[in-house]
Write a protein that binds this ligand. Sequence first.
Ligand code: GGG
Length: 354
Amino acid sequence: MKKKIAMLPGDGIGVEVAEAAAIVLKAIEQQFGHAFEMEIGLIGGSAIDDSGNPLPEETLKLCRESDAIFLGAVGGPKWDSNPVGLRPETGLLGLRKTLNLFANIRPVKTYSSLAACSPLKHEVLQNVDMVIVRELTGGLYFGKPSERGGRPGEEDVVDTLYYKRSDMQRLIKAAFDLASVRGGHVTSVDKANVLESSRMWREVAEETADIFKDIPLNHMLVDHAAMRIISSPSSFDVLVTENMFGDILSDEAAMVTGSLGMLPSASFSEQGLHMYEPVHGSAPDIAGENLANPIGAILSAAMMLRHSFSMEEEAAAIENAVEQVLKSGVRTRDLAGGGETYLTTSEMTKEIVN
Ligand code: GGG
């Protein structure tokens, strides 16, 4: 099958892990007789350096002409003091908003062979298989006004948490659809004891549960959810929440598996053009050193094959390869305890391909 993929490596280790994902996709291409046309586009800091624009028009054009988008990571200290329109993150947020990528799916699965890498006790790690569904195009990340005011000596600042009811409806419905496929339940996470937006969120979750009568729903305050992810991660199935809560909780949940480098994600639009990216950021401290864990990126490529191209067997081949390699005991630096030997990014990628 012929498919066009927009490859947006971005910045820092995004470049290295996108390369790893491309190598694995090429192996799948050969093994299964597909044709993946991967074209590179600039986004984030690398795009700012090239054209002064974190999301160039030609990158958007490339994405729109593709069957799926793969993104590495954006950001880095080089651009930290840039004005907001010239920050790498503005490119990524702009891409999500422009392409209406509203549902960010972040599966959190533990591997028994990585139990020693997790800070949690072995018993707590059994049967962890949850999916965080994070709203991606609203909330504090996009609400206006977002600005400073006041007077010298007494500045003030405002960020706006804004959602339309329909934003909540489509996201929460996506979570219930997923729970229905998994035969599981939904935990809706909010801060309804304090925030008006969360009270509307709860209403929408209840209304959606009335439609999906077979899917149990429970509500959880975000602070309690943060605690439960550590104390009892296996009690979650599908966790649905708004943008910022989802950003924070999914990094926390990633550590349950042993490393933030392990987590893949998919961002779905209603239009059918979806984006895939590892949950981790650009990790400037190790960028360019061939030390990054490529597994989150490689598993994101597997999600692309499954969800954008309906290539279930190919996706499963990648996931099985990752499982086998981890079982064999090899580790990247983030997973290796101090003193252990570890593989570089390219060595780990080669192991998985083999
Ligand atoms: N691959 C994820 C990434 O690049 N993260 C950096 C970033 O800007 N994240 C903002 C967000 O996920 O909300």
